[in-house]
Design a protein. Structure first.
Length: 135
């Protein structure tokens, strides 16, 4: 899962910027002698809320950051692991509904993970529920 922490209307009306971080774990593949993989992405994001109707916004955004990966696998010398940090970038959009201090959002993004053996594209879909705090 992921966590977003952002500021809206801080510098400009309807602008939002913040951080996005998460933790994912995947099962390995026997044919690749991989036991498991853990991925921790950390990105900065920014975008603009285009308001329509009273409580809805369309939110195009961009993310830029990196990810830390740890792969556990079995080699000829036994169980071992490999860790790596790679840059990533993504663009996406979401549809957000606001009611009182609660926010419901659904969206998707397309990104690129820049690994040492090449660029790996990825897609992400999400549904989120949050609350608004006023500073």
């Amino acid at each position: 899962g992921t966590v977003n922490i952002g500021l809206r209307n801080y510098m400009f009306q309807n602008m939002e910027a913040g951080i996005n971080c998460g933790y994912f774990t995947f099962k390995g593949k026997d044919e690749e002698n991989t036991d498991s993989m853990s991925l921790i992405p950390f990105t900065f994001y920014g975008g603009y809320h285009l308001r329509f109707y009273d409580r809805f916004t369309f939110f195009p955004f961009a993310k830029l950051g990196g990810s830390y990966s740890r792969v556990e696998y079995t080699s000829l010398s036994g169980d071992t692991d490999k860790t790596v940090t790679d840059p990533e970038a993504a663009i996406g959009c979401s549809l957000t509904a606001e009611y009182s201090r609660f926010i419901f959002s659904a969206g998707a993004d397309y990104g690129l993970l820049y690994e040492s053996d090449g660029v790996k594209p990825f897609y992400e879909g999400f549904v989120s529920l949050g609350t608004v705090f006023e500073l």
